[in-house]
Write a protein that binds this ligand. Sequence first.
Ligand code: CMC
Length: 435
Amino acid sequence: MDAIQPETVTVAIEGTGQNVSLPMIRGTLGPSVIDIRKLYGTLDVFTFDPGYSGTASCDSKITYIDGDKGILLYRGYPIEQLAEHSNYMEVCHLLLNGELPNHKQAEEFHHNVVYHTMVHEQIRSFYNGFRRDAHPMAVLCGVVGALSAFYHDSLDINNPDHRRVSAFRLIAKLPTIAAWAYKYSIGQPFMYPQNKLGYAENLLYMMNAVPPEAYVVNPILARAMDRILILHADHEQNASTSTVRLAGSTGANPFACIAAGIASLWGPAHGGANEAVLHMLEEVGTVANVKPFMEKVKDRANHTRLMGFGHRVYKNYDPRAKIMQQTCHEVLSELGVNDPLLELATQMERIALSDEYFISKKLYPNVDFYSGIILKAMGIPTSMFTVLFAVARTIGWVSQWQEMMEDPAQRIGRPRQVYTGAPMRDYVPVDARGA
Ligand code: CMC
């Protein structure tokens, strides 16, 4: 870790007279952190932080978020600039290798991805084991987990070449696996990847084309999908990325780690929120129902949340949501789609942003609030929303996994706990346990 500064803080435990000097670590941006690693050894106490609201689990050079100002940087570049000027392949190169590619590097990177887009033919038969009505996220989890059974030649996690090949395999194969999960659910033949197409274009092609007809992907849709992929590519130590890192810290192979990440992403508090937003909008139905729905949201006993709102880190507008909202208007107008759900979402956002409940809790729209409406306008079924998030986030997971594997200080992740169960007691034979 090269960001350590020779600064210390002294931590004292009140009333015991015990204290310890702990190093402060200063990153390039953001608040400093106190390195508590020797706290337990010195004072025999742990820190307690369920949900990790105040804990940095690692140091990383990949992504930076300033939640108060609503800033998101990939390797230092603002997300707004990348969304406007870059493309997803370039962003993948940036996240994985640390720099934007020059022409030659971009070509090589694209070639490496394209070279791995097919999956082993036997993987096709895996799909037949799933029910047709299986959620595509369940299928994605299973098939990605199974990849390690097929690519034995790249499973040595200590070999940089193996790590690199696995990274390309994952980035390249996820669209194929995701599109096939969709095709399987609607009973259509699987479409093989077309290497002459761009990444987002290929994904849309494999989802929408059918063998008997030539299919040309609408460039507006391809560009919108590319932008959606950029916006979801990485987000520092969120739940699914932390899952990937924790699984990876045990030495598990990258395919297994990414499958774990996909499972973690699925929950409605995380990547599953895009699907949940659409269900929520459909349930609310009309602008007239917004107010009563908001009352339900504000009533804690009701356990209803305004999906697509709130974030652990952002206490301001999620910068991705702003771009998503703008993209949503552009896509709908370019496609000539007039979706009343967009009007409903806009009204809900307006009402929430002027309501004391949301203001006082600093709850703003997050990336998922508008993404579902765009995806719906693009003709993508709701059950595929989180799958597409997983496709986009694979580069983030792989980059974070690779960064961790390259860190010589990397150790198994092993949190501790506060035990609040029964104290030690003796075994009681069944006859002596009472009625
Ligand atoms: N609607 C209503 N109330 C909310 C919401 C919401 N969407 N989000 C947070 N709150 C309230 C919550 O009830 C709590 O109130 P109180 O202090 O009275 O107990 C307070 O705000 C703090 O909430 P929290 O659950 O302690 O905050 P958190 O940081 O643990 O959770 C979150 C963050 C994203 C899980 C949460 O805001 C949420 O459930 N949002 C809806 C789901 C969603 O949109 N998730 C996508 C997140 S962005 C994309 C991604 O990560 O994949």
